[in-house]
Design a binder for this molecule. Structure first.
Ligand SMILES: Cc1ncc(COP(=O)(O)O)c(C=O)c1O
Length: 397
């Protein structure tokens, strides 16, 4: 992260270590963990004043908490956003970013290549409340423009997408959204704020599952929504305060400390992933290798224009369908079978039967989620050991 934040004199790597820190009267070096649900007031009058908004102290940890706020402030600094609110999970962040600003009669346009739960929000949940949606091929800019209706309020996308690593032109889509008077919401989980900052390309709102690279060690669930001040003030803050998917202060503390090493970890993850992707591409048993950092990726040029490196996720299709994919995954020793990603440990997933199993066969085929497709979240192990493990498992197929 050598880029600087326009709103700060410091560069992103410095902000990741110091951003948002508020010290107590004890002057602690490491940020304090305020495990408290409530706050006491000096008097009944002080409590009344705080509820009236006449003083900006803390009221209740469902609304705000000092440790959670430090995490939010550090993320704000990294993303270059006006403001942010943390949530209990990434899905709480996605759901809140949509529900807080949409009403019956509104319309959403979204890329169809989405994480299974994100698709559920757009395709199943929103229509139950009278919000219609159009799912399109997100890589086709004309499809975004053609899907716009007079009541379109929000565009939603992931880039790179889960699990097939489609790259969507952030600037192109943001321009179309703004021309239509809509807000662009980007789920930036795969890229992380180290490798891609969607707001620099015009995105209005950015969401993360902090469960992934931000924690980075598979410990805590969390999420965050970042956006313009009026979006937070007029829509998000009150929605979260009243509905309550707040991040626990303990999890916020873990995330806050993890941000100090995010840059180092994400760059090393990406270096490892590139090595692994090259090795997979060279195998005759792999039909297709998708990694945005390789020239063979169909949108490599766009990926490198938006992202600093290719990220840590590699998707690949093994010859022989589901049976071969399962045999391969079961033969791995270092790489573990798990549906999580962004962990120091390398994790492998068979999307068709896990993360994307709720999609019917036709939709899976349309999205390229074939029976032989595997998604590998490359960890921080020695890349030579990872390549050996993958080659050993390939030999078993
Ligand atoms: C792209 C994407 N968005 C959102 C989520 C949801 O995050 P969480 O599991 O923290 O709710 C995930 C989780 O896998 C994801 O991959």
């Amino acid at each position: 992260m050598s880029r600087s934040n326009a709103k700060s004199p410091y560069r992103a790597r410095t902000l990741a270590v110091h951003g948002g820190t508020v010290r107590s009267q004890f002057g602690e070096t490491s940020e304090a963990m305020f495990l408290t649900s409530g706050y006491v007031y000096d008097s009944a009058e002080a409590a009344e004043a705080r509820f009236k908004g006449e003083d900006d102290g803390f009221i209740y940890s469902r609304f705000a908490n000092p440790t959670v706020r430090m995490f939010e402030e550090r993320m704000i600094a990294l993303e270059g956003a006006d403001d942010a609110r943390a949530t209990a999970t990434g899905m709480a962040a996605v759901t809140a970013s949509m529900l807080c600003q949409l009403s019956t009669g509104d319309h959403v346009v979204a890329a169809k290549a989405l994480f299974g739960s994100c698709r559920y929000i757009i395709e199943d949940l929103l229509p139950r409340f009278g919000v219609t949606c159009t799912l399109i091929d997100g890589t086709d800019l004309d499809a975004w423009a053609d899907a716009v209706q007079p009541n379109t309020r929000v565009f939603f996308l992931e880039t790179p997408s889960n699990p097939t690593l489609e790259i969507i032109d952030l600037k192109g889509v943001a321009d179309i959204a703004h021309k239509a008077g809509a807000k662009l919401v980007v789920d930036n989980v795969f890229a992380t704020p180290v490798l891609q900052r969607p707001m620099e390309f015009g995105a209005d709102i950015v969401v993360y599952s902090a469960t992934k690279h931000i924690d980075g060690q598979g410990r805590c669930l969390g999420g965050i929504v970042l956006g313009p001040q009026e979006f937070i003030d007029d829509h998000l803050a009150n929605f979260l305060r009243q509905t309550g998917p707040s991040l626990s202060p303990f999890n916020a503390w873990v995330m806050l400390k993890s941000l100090e090493t995010l840059d180092l970890r994400v760059r090393e993850h990406a270096r490892n992933a590139r090595c692994v992707a090259q090795a997979l591409e060279a195998s005759s048993k792999i039909v297709r290798t998708l990694y945005p950092g390789l020239a063979s990726h169909p949108q490599h040029k766009l990926a490198m224009a938006q992202m600093e490196l290719g990220g840590n996720i590699v998707a690949f299709e093994i010859a022989g369908g589901k049976a071969a994919a399962f045999r391969f995954a079961n033969a791995l020793q270092i790489v573990k079978i798990s549906n999580n990603l962004g962990d120091a440990k390398s994790l492998i997933t068979h999307p068709a039967t896990t993360t994307h199993q709720r999609l019917d066969e036709a939709t899976q085929t349309e999205l390229g989620i074939t029976e032989g497709l595997l998604r590998l979240s490359v960890g921080l192990e020695d890349p030579s050991d990872l390549v050996d493990d993958l080659n050993r498992a390939l030999a078993a197929v």
